[in-house]
Design a protein around this ligand. Sequence first.
Ligand SMILES: NC(=O)c1ccc[n+]([C@@H]2O[C@H](COP(=O)([O-])OP(=O)(O)OC[C@H]3O[C@@H](n4cnc5c(N)ncnc54)[C@H](OP(=O)(O)O)[C@@H]3O)[C@@H](O)[C@H]2O)c1
Length: 245
Amino acid sequence: MRNVENKVVIITGASSGIGEATAKTLAENGAKVVLSARREDRLATLAGEIGGNAAWLKSDVTSLEDMQALVKLAKEKFGKVDAVFANAGIMPGGNMSEQKAEDWMGMVEVNIKGVLNVMAAVLPEFIAQKRGHIAVTSSAAALRSVPGNAVYCGTKHFVRAMLDSFRMEAAAEGTNIHATTIYPGAVKTELLNTIAPSETKAMVEKFYEEAGLTPDVIANAVLYAISQPDHVNVSDLVVRPSKEA
Ligand SMILES: NC(=O)c1ccc[n+]([C@@H]2O[C@H](COP(=O)([O-])OP(=O)(O)OC[C@H]3O[C@@H](n4cnc5c(N)ncnc54)[C@H](OP(=O)(O)O)[C@@H]3O)[C@@H](O)[C@H]2O)c1
C-alpha cells in the first residue's frame, strides 16, 4: 500500500501539466490535495473531478500572502499539512542577447521566489509539528546547462542548490522535514507555450512531441518520494525520456 493515504499535500502549478497529473495521482492513492494556480476555472474543474479530497485556491506563487492563505486553507479544510509540492514554473526561453529582461525577472519571480514563498509559508507548520515534506520541481536543466535558456537553467540550479542545503540543515537540526528535488527531462505540457516562435522553438516542440514523457510519469515519481516511510528521504529524482541525450 502507498503511504500517502490521508496525507494532506499542497500542490502549486496544479492547473496543468505535471502539477495537475500529480494531483490526480496522489488523490487516486488516497491523499487529500490542496490545489494552487492562477487559472481558477482549471482548478475548479480538477477539484470537481477529484471530489471531496480536493480543495483549491486561486493563488499566485509570487505572493507570500497567497501561499500563507493556501496553508490556512489546507488546515481549515483538512486539519493539517503533511507535504508540499512546489511545482509552479515558467520557461519563456531565448538567448541572453535577445535582452528580454522582463522574461528573466519573471522567471526569477516564479521559479525562485515562488519556491521560497512556498517554503516560507509551510516551514512554520513543519517546524512546529516536527514533520513535513517539501518536494520541488527543478529540471534536467539544473544538471546540465543548455544554450537558449540561460536564466531558466539558473533558476533550476538555484532550486537544486537551495533544497540540497536545506535538506542537510533539516537533518542536522532534527526537524524531520524531508526534501525532494525532482529533475524532469522533456515532458509534454503547456510549458513551451510562452516561448516566442522561432526555429529553435519549432525544433524543441518537435522533440517534445516525438519523445516527451506524459506528465503522469513525473506524478509517479512524486508519489514515490512522498510515499516513503518516515526514515527514508528520497532526495533527488531524475526522470528523462529514454530518447533524451
Ligand atoms: N515540461 C517539461 O518538459 C519540464 C521539464 C523540466 C521541468 N519542468 C518544470 O515543471 C514544472 C511544471 O511545469 P509543466 O511542465 O507542468 O508546465 P505547465 O503545464 O505550463 O504548468 C505550469 C504551472 O505553473 C503555474 N504557474 C505559472 N506561473 C504561476 C504563478 N505566478 N503563480 C502560480 N502558478 C503559476 C501554471 O498555472 P497558472 O498559469 O494557472 O497560474 C501551471 O499550473 C515547472 O516548474 C517547470 O519548470 C517542466
